[in-house]
Design a binder for this molecule. Structure first.
Ligand SMILES: *Cc1c(COP(=O)(O)O)cnc(C)c1O
Length: 407
């Protein structure tokens, strides 16, 4: 009952920007001890509130106690931006939440998130009023984006929160640092713009990141000298945060570390830092069958049974965001045993059980989780020869259940 009401509320939140849903906050129950329904079949994600709060603390201590601006773009890397933001809203180390899409910034506010929210991407003019009313900090990132905001503030009486997005060499977004002084002065000259932060993004090669840090320091020093407010300064995504203390500035800006996962490397990196895995990806076994020697699985007849053997089917596939390269050797935990993935289609995958029928329909399969090294995000990335980031783009429709902690 509670669940369906929440699902209804959440779906309406996602549907559109509806100002009268401010009141929705009052009827969203506290879901910090929510469990997947006993009979859930299709994939679901469990999140550990304790792990997120602990990670926020650890990340801040890695940066000598600097506050953390949590990057929850791309639906918090598939794990649920609203759910993760509502957890991090309780963390004293989290200074704010940054994301890239205008509608998601609004969805977070409407779900009751109260920390500052920075929209690092651009926005649809039609959402301007809602964004401003919701106290979303807007990134000014070019001459054109300044002109657009200058036009929109003409009719405003109260100040609008903005951040100055500077390009120090990533070349993707932001005002090029060598043209930024005049632009920043024009921003400072607008009484209705309140600059809360100035930021840029570092590239991964350390030599060049150091060049970017110098460019950023020089620019902000010059602006300070000229009396231009720059607010909090931030530069560092996870990898730079780990490697370059000089990049910590006034706050650090990690994404992947919050989920207890790492931007690079495998389990060796994970052992060095005491971050906790924050999620489990699960689904239930829906079919167990015996293949005869010579039988195959998959449209391309990807897997051929060499002997008679049992296989299980799990209702998750690449369309759900489960990496299709899993069929090259990923493992899945059922009970206390790992089974090899031998086929991934859009909505299903198959596991090899072996000579015996060791698994029955209805058992829960853990595809990613902290329970075994092979199924942690790092262990999984190694087995599929993939990238730590690319595996976590689970479909938004996968339900999320927030638990107090993983036991
Ligand atoms: C994605 C992103 C981050 C966070 O990156 P991680 O590697 O996940 O820590 C930080 N800043 C910007 C501008 C980003 O786009």
């Amino acid at each position: 009952m509670i669940r369906s009401r929440r699902a209804f509320v959440r779906n309406s939140l996602i549907a559109a920007s509806v100002p009268n849903l401010w009141s929705a906050n009052a009827i969203i129950p506290n879901f910090s001890e929510e469990k997947a329904p006993e009979n859930a079949i299709n994939p679901w994600i469990e999140l550990s509130e304790a792990a997120y709060l602990k990670n926020a603390k650890v990340i801040s201590s890695m940066a000598n106690g600097k506050p953390v601006l949590a990057v929850l773009k791309n639906n918090a890397y598939g794990l649920g931006d609203v759910e993760v933001a509502r957890i991090l809203d309780k963390s004293p180390q989290i200074a704010g939440i940054a994301l890239v899409k205008d509608k998601r910034a609004l969805a977070l506010r409407k779900a009751g998130v109260s920390k500052p929210i920075l929209l690092m991407g651009d926005f649809d003019d039609a959402l301007w009023k809602d964004l401003v009313k919701s106290d979303i900090t807007l990134a000014v990132h070019s001459d054109e984006s300044l002109q657009k905001i200058q036009k929109l503030i003409r009719k405003k009486r109260t100040p609008v929160l903005i951040a100055m997005y500077v390009d120090t060499g990533l070349g993707r977004m932001g005002m090029p640092y060598h043209r930024a002084v005049k632009w920043a002065k024009a921003i400072a000259a607008e009484p209705k713009l309140r600059v809360t932060s100035t930021f840029s993004t570092l590239t991964t090669p350390i030599d060049f990141a150091n060049v970017q840090i110098a460019r950023f320091n020089e620019l902000t020093a010059q602006l300070n000298k000229e009396g231009v407010q720059v607010g909090k300064r931030h530069l560092a995504p996870s990898s730079s945060m780990l490697e370059l203390p000089d990049a910590h500035m006034d706050m650090v800006r990690p994404g992947i570390l919050l989920h207890g996962s790492f931007p690079m490397g495998g389990t060796d990196v994970a052992e060095k830092y005491h971050l906790l895995p924050t999620f489990r990806l699960k689904a239930r076994v829906i079919r167990v069958e015996k293949l005869r020697a010579g039988d195959t699985i998959g449209f391309s007849r990807f897997y051929t049974a060499k002997t008679d053997q049992w296989i299980a089917t799990i209702p998750i596939g690449w369309a759900d965001g489960y990496d299709s390269r899993s069929e090259n050797g990923a493992k899945v935990l059922i009970g206390n045993k790992l089974y090899r993935v031998v086929n991934v289609n859009a909505s299903h995958c198959n596991l090899l059980l072996g000579q015996d029928k060791e698994v029955t329909v209805g058992e829960v399969a853990t595809l990613i989780g902290p329970d075994r090294p092979e199924i942690t995000p790092e262990g999984f990335a190694q087995l599929i020869k993939g990238h730590n980031y690319l595996q976590i783009h689970y479909k938004e429709s996968i339900p999320k259940y927030v638990q107090g902690s993983f036991h």
